[in-house]
Design a protein around this ligand. Sequence first.
Ligand code: SF4
Length: 202
Amino acid sequence: MVKQKILFVAHCVLNTASKVVMYNNEEIAQEEALRRRFVHAALDSGVQLIQLPCPEFTLYGSKRWGHTSDQFDNPFFRRHCRKLLKRPLDEAAAYLADPERFELLGFVGIDGSPSCGVDYTCTGPWGGNLTSRNDLPAVLSQVTLIPMAGIFFDEVKKLLAKRGLILSCTGLFAPEPDKVMSLLCGRENGSKQKTTIKRFNS
Ligand code: SF4
């Protein structure tokens, strides 16, 4: 029997309407090109895609501001993430329990996101009331891309470990396209390219 390959993907891999409104057109175009390439290749190779819930849209809706991971790193947001992840992780456990039929290739996040970053997330001392601040540009400019997971995928990794489920997590990231594309071949994480981006505009 040919095994069915399955990937769990961040919600916006299949539905970009969930994303925060972005204004950096070049960055958007690069991510969108890789997203389309990845989704087309997954469908063409028969990989089944399971859509994770979007932790930000389900809490703050479509008009939310962009955030940094510092703002989401609190017990309430983490609890929200764990609640959303219960069902997908039950699904993962169910597929893993039938290895004759299914091969789980892992989880795909969105690098740079404060929630769904896997290898990179954005950090910065954002917060507070935006009105009447005369230092806003200086505060906003302090956002930085760091080599850590966002809060949602940090919870994914912790919950996988807690349940003893061995599955890799990989970020979709335009500057490092090979790592997500190579997932479709069943190779773990692919070749790790080093990125020198210092800032990320969420
Ligand atoms: S929180 Fe995650 S799923 Fe939602 S829009 Fe951001 S990266 Fe995509």
